[in-house]
Design a protein around this ligand. Structure first.
Ligand SMILES: Cc1cc2nc3c(=O)[nH]c(=O)nc-3n(C[C@H](O)[C@H](O)[C@H](O)COP(=O)(O)O)c2cc1C
Length: 193
């Protein structure tokens, strides 16, 4: 498929529809190498990756359930079985999860925002690179991406943030199109007059 056809038809396949096989170690390295070929003001490389696969996916789900229970208890709220189940299984659908971490930090020249945008560009490239190697990926966040306790358990420093959990696997079902923005509604022409 040429690049234009790919970009005009690409679509995320939900993690629930991603199965084995996932990328092996070498393919994972290729995906992350391609993803990191991204614009980066100041060449700071303000991102890093954490790979979660095999039983580590369930372990992360279990960790999130424990945290969710603590948070609910603090709010004097009871979790439903469905809520617990959703969290427990959220990392076990696709075979490989890549956590994209923004490592943006104060810099004398490069604004934090630009460093975060660079990590975002890596995220989009991760989707393209997964596709290029014959897989598919979904970019997800959810509450656990913002929970400092979970971030700490994943080894993040205080200034680091999760840009997304990328669930990578082989599509079990084809994509279904979704509405796209009307470009004329979000585009204006500017002139000095
Ligand atoms: C930063 C970020 C976080 C996201 N987090 C979630 C999420 O937690 N849950 C969800 O259903 N979709 C989430 N999405 C949206 C999906 O990744 C995906 O974009 C959407 O399902 C359709 O995407 P498509 O235009 O690639 O088909 C997130 C997207 C971005 C960019």
């Amino acid at each position: 498929m040429d690049l234009k056809s790919y970009l005009s038809s690409r679509r995320t396949i939900p993690s629930a529809h991603l199965g084995a096989p996932g990328p092996d170690a070498q393919q994972c390295k290729n995906i992350l190498t391609l993803a990191s070929r991204t614009p980066d003001h100041g060449k700071l490389v303000p991102w890093r990756f954490i790979i979660i696969e095999g039983s580590a996916r369930q372990a992360l789900g279990d960790l999130c359930v424990a945290r969710q229970k603590t948070l609910a208890q603090n709010d004097a709220r009871t979790l439903t079985d469905a809520e617990i189940q959703k969290t427990a299984t959220c990392f076990t659908k696709a075979p490989v999860i890549v956590v994209l971490v923004s490592t943006a930090a104060a810099h004398p020249k490069i604004p934090l925002w630009e460093q975060e945008l660079a990590a975002g560009a890596v995220g989009m490239n991760l989707l393209h690179a997964s596709q290029a190697l014959g897989f598919s990926a979904q970019w997800l966040s959810a509450w656990m991406a913002y929970d400092r306790e979970i971030c700490a358990r994943l080894g993040l420093s205080e200034h680091e943030r999760i840009a997304g959990f990328f669930h990578i696997g082989t599509p079990l079902e084809g994509p279904v199109e979704r509405p796209r923005p009307d470009i004329s509604e979000i585009t204006t022409n500017w002139s000095a007059s």
